[in-house]
Design a protein around this ligand. Sequence first.
Ligand SMILES: [Zn+2]
Length: 396
Amino acid sequence: MTTGMEMPEQPRSRRQTRAAILTHLLQSGGSFRPPLAKAVRLSEASLSRILFDLKAEGLIEEVRRPAPYVGGPTGLVSLDGSVAVAAFELTAQHLSVGVGGLSGELHYTERVKLPKTPTAESVGQAFREAMTLLRDWTRRRRITLSQIGVSIPGLGRLSISANPIIPCDVGRVGGMFDEMFAGVPLEITNSVVAHATFHRCRTENYPFSDTHLFVLVSHGVAGAWMDDPAKADALQAIELGHMVFEPEGPRCRCGHHGCVEAYASIPALAELLGVAEAELLQLGNEWVNTIPISSRVRQELRRRLFRLGLAIGNTLNVKPCGGVAISGWPSLLAADDRNAVVEGIDACLLGGRKLAQVSIAFVPPSTGNDPQAALAFAGFCLASRGGMPASSTEAA
Ligand SMILES: [Zn+2]
């Protein structure tokens, strides 16, 4: 949150300084030296020394370009196009695997179908199959992976061994990675964190650059705190979707009743619209122009969006911050409909939205483009550890 007061400068370690440069390049897509130095608070001479190292390590590249201001030409710095990261994204229907670059370009992608009712066993089998495909593909091309990012829905502190959303034994899957991709840094995260990272790095004109709350309204409803990308705990998933409103309400897949997710998830939306979930997914973003909504259904839809707003507002009451980005199906609705979310936030946020100075933005849904979110997350992991080995310890 901006307080109007400058935070005192903390001395940064080499890793943190490198992370600040790499995450800035990841989010900006490239930068000339003078604005880059300013953005990461370094003198041009210090920046120059670090860029020399990063270039030698093959993490960045620089081309001479006429700069759009006095003093040019200078170097346009960007992440090196030859760095390869791998992504695994688990969805309710399949497991996607892919290899791509730090700018989001995909070199390879494959999907392994899941059975209709997945079990920890069959999901583990899908991971083994996808890992084998990836290993064969990278071996044939002699590609060395710099990072693997894995996105799993519902992954949280309570679900390390028993994931309630899609059964997945994360410990076992981690073991398979160690066995098949020894030495490649691996990060496994909740899918909301991967989608939040995707938006922050890839959505043009993403509305927030400092601390904010990201909310994903999709197959489930989840939130993530987004902080300074160079911080160790920059991304944190929260169980916003399982805020209970009616203990007697509809059953939620978490086992409780009346969670906000039981009203606002894609399966709940399908039921309300009177279509099969598969049909709704098939239509993608077009459902909003295809499925007619009666005034009775619209009223109920707005009631549910209002409730979603209450869940978001309550979250902000617990941990205030200045911005909320909402992604998912509500973003597709007309302003009149989605305004119900804003009203819900306003109705419970202490002091109301204006006094609390919370700005709210709807960003487009990012589901259905897997493994792009996991790929963005993998790139972020590499950048935020400064492109250095995951285990290396260092003095500040
Ligand atoms: Zn629930």
